[in-house]
Design a protein around this ligand. Structure first.
Ligand code: FES
Length: 483
C-alpha cells in the first residue's frame, strides 16, 4: 500500500527547504502524486539521510528531558486532548496495518498448506512445488533491502504527526504546521501567512474559515455566534480552533488593503549601532498585542511630538518584535533616537502604510534590489519570502557607495544557509545604469521573475528599463522610492 507524505513534511524529514524540493520536482528529479511524495520515492531520492540521527528525534528527546520544565512543555507539546486524539488516530492506523498483516499471514499459511497438498503425489512437479514453498519462506524471512530505513522514516514521520499538524490553505495553496497549543491563526501568522482576522479573541468573526478536510478542536471559547448553516458547512473561527489531524481549510489571505490602521504603545527592546549615524531600533509590542503589517510596509514612530516614518525591517512572522533602521538627523524622531532613547522607553507605533508588499500567490523566482537604506523594506520582504518558502529562488543585490554594507554578515549567512539564495554586494560608483546592467547580466531570462526594488527614483528607473529590456513584464517589477 503506497504511503504518501505532503511536501512540507518531507522537507522537515530530510532537513531541506520546501523550495529546494519544488525545484527538484520541476527538474523531474522527484515524482509526485497530487503534490505528495511516496515513501519509496523518498528513500530512493535521499539514500544518504539517516533518519534516526536527525534533529527531530533529538528535539523530542530534549523535550522529554526537560519534561518537568513546565513552561517549555506547555509551549511545545500540544494540548492533552489534542495529543490523545492524535495518538488515537495513529493507533487506529497501526491497528488496521496489523490486521492486514494478520490477514496476509493467514493467506500465506493457506498457500503453504495447499502447496503441501499438491506436492503429495511425488515426482518432478513435487520438487518444484517444494522449492517454491521454500523460496517463499526465504523471501518472507529476509528483511527487504530498505526495511530499516523505511522503518526509521515512518517512526520519524509518526512522531512529527503527533507533535504537529499540517495545514493546507485553499485557494492560496499556502501550507503551515500547528505546534504546541497554537490556534490555527497563531500558527499561520507565525509561519508568515497573513490570514485575515480582526480581534484575535473570538469576538468579531473576521477570522471565519471553512474546514474542508481533517479534524479540528476548539481550544478557546468564542463569543461570536456562528449561524446554523455556517456550522453545518464546517465554518470555524481560526482564533479559537487548533488542528487535531492534518487539515485542509478554506480561508482568506489578507492583502495590504485589508489590514486596518493601528496605534500601539511599544517599548524599546534594544538599540543596535549599524553604521556611522545609523541604528537599528528594536521595539516590542505589548504582550497580548500583535502589530499587523505586511513586509515592505511603513510605520510612523512617535516619542512625544517628535515623529518619523520608517520601513519595518523585520518579518511579520515575528510575534512582537519590530525592527526599524533610523538615520541620524533625517527626521524629528531621529533626534530622540540618537538623543538619549533607552531600553524600555515608550515609543508610539502607528500604521501600516504602503503597497510595496509581496505577491502572495506567486511561486516565481524573486530578485531583490536594495539601494543603500532601501535595504530596510527589502530585508523584511526577504525574510517574509523565506518564512513562506514560496519562491523557487531568491537573488539579493545590495548596492551602496558606503562600504562595508551594514548588515553584510546577515546577508552572507542567508546565502550560506539556503541552497536557493544568492547574495551580491555592489559598489555604487559605476553609475546606476551600469549597476543595473551588471545585475541583470547574471540572469539568462527575466521573463518569469518578480523583481522587488527599493531605492532612489533614478535607480528604480534604470533597473526597470534594463529589466524590461531583458524580457521582464512590467507587472513583474515592484518598486518603492526610498531616497
Ligand atoms: S479574529 Fe475576531 S473572532 Fe477570530
Amino acid at each position: 500500500m503506497p504511503h504518501y507524505l505532503p511536501l512540507s513534511r518531507v522537507a522537515r524529514l530530510v532537513g531541506t527547504s520546501r523550495a529546494s524540493l519544488q525545484a527538484m520536482i520541476k527538474q523531474g528529479e522527484i515524482d509526485t502524486f497530487d503534490g505528495m511524495i511516496e515513501l519509496e520515492e523518498l528513500l530512493r531520492k535521499f539514500p544518504d539521510v539517516h533518519w534516526r540521527d536527525e534533529g527531530e528525534l533529538e528535539y523530542v528527546n530534549a523535550i522529554k528531558e526537560r519534561a518537568f520544565g513546565k513552561r517549555i512543555m506547555e509551549r511545545v507539546l500540544p494540548d492533552k486532548e489534542v495529543l490523545a486524539e492524535r495518538l488515537y488516530e495513529l493507533g487506529k492506523e497501526f491497528a488496521s496495518a496489523k490486521s492486514l498483516l494478520l490477514h496476509y499471514d493467514q493467506v500465506f499459511d493457506w498457500l503453504c498448506k495447499h502447496l503441501g497438498e499438491l506436492a503429495d503425489g511425488g515426482g518432478e512437479a513435487d520438487t518444484a512445488v517444494l522449492a517454491l514453498k521454500h523460496r517463499l519462506r526465504q523471501q518472507l524471512d529476509a528483511a527487504p533491502q530498505e526495511a530499516e530505513r523505511a522503518r526509521a522514516l515512518l517512526a520519524r514521520e509518526s512522531l512529527l504527526r503527533v507533535m504537529t499538524a499540517h495545514v493546507l490553505v485553499q485557494p492560496s495553496g499556502h501550507e503551515f504546521f500547528v505546534e504546541g497549543n497554537d490556534t490555527l491563526l497563531q500558527a499561520a501568522l507565525r509561519a508568515g501567512i497573513p490570514l485575515d482576522y480582526g480581534c484575535s479573541n473570538g469576538n468579531c468573526g473576521e477570522c471565519k474559515a471553512r474546514l474542508v478536510a481533517g479534524q479540528v478542536k476548539k481550544v478557546h471559547p468564542h463569543d461570536y455566534v456562528l449561524k446554523g448553516p455556517e456550522k453545518a458547512n464546517g465554518t470555524l473561527l481560526l482564533c479559537s480552533y487548533t488542528a487535531v489531524s492534518d487539515v485542509v481549510i478554506e480561508a482568506r489571505v489578507a492583502g495590504a488593503e485589508d489590514i486596518p490602521r493601528q496605534t500601539l504603545p511599544t517599548r524599546v527592546r534594544s538599540i543596535e549601532p549599524l553604521a556611522d549615524g545609523l541604528i537599528a531600533l528594536h521595539l516590542f509590542t505589548p504582550r497580548s498585542q500583535r502589530f499587523r503589517f505586511l513586509a515592505g510596509q511603513r510605520v510612523k514612530l512617535n516619542v512625544g511630538d517628535a515623529g518619523g516614518d520608517y520601513y519595518v525591517a523585520s518579518c511579520p512572522c515575528e510575534e512582537r518584535h519590530i525592527e526599524l533602521h533610523v538615520r541620524a538627523g533625517a527626521q524629528p524622531f531621529a533626534g530622540k533616537a540618537f538623543g538619549g532613547l533607552r531600553k524600555e522607553d515608550a515609543v508610539s507605533l502607528s500604521g501600516p502604510e504602503g503597497n510595496f508588499v509581496i505577491k502572495l500567490d506567486s511561486r516565481r523566482p524573486v530578485i531583490f534590489l536594495a539601494w543603500d537604506e532601501g535595504f530596510a523594506p527589502i530585508k523584511s520582504l526577504v525574510q517574509h519570502v523565506m518564512s513562506l518558502e514560496m519562491a523557487d529562488s531568491m537573488d539579493l543585490y545590495w548596492v551602496s557607495d558606503r562600504l562595508p554594507h551594514y548588515q553584510e554578515n546577515l546577508c552572507r549567512s542567508w546565502a550560506d544557509a539556503l541552497d536557493n539564495f544568492h547574495y551580491q554586494a555592489l559598489f555604487a560608483r559605476s553609475g546606476m545604469e551600469a549597476v543595473a546592467r551588471a545585475i541583470f547580466s547574471r540572469h539568462a531570462s527575466l521573463e518569469h521573475c518578480d523583481i522587488y526594488a527599493a531605492g532612489p527614483a533614478a535607480f528604480l528607473d534604470a533597473a526597470r528599463a534594463e529589466a524590461t529590456g531583458r524580457g521582464l513584464s512590467l507587472l513583474g517589477f515592484h518598486s518603492e522610492k526610498v531616497e
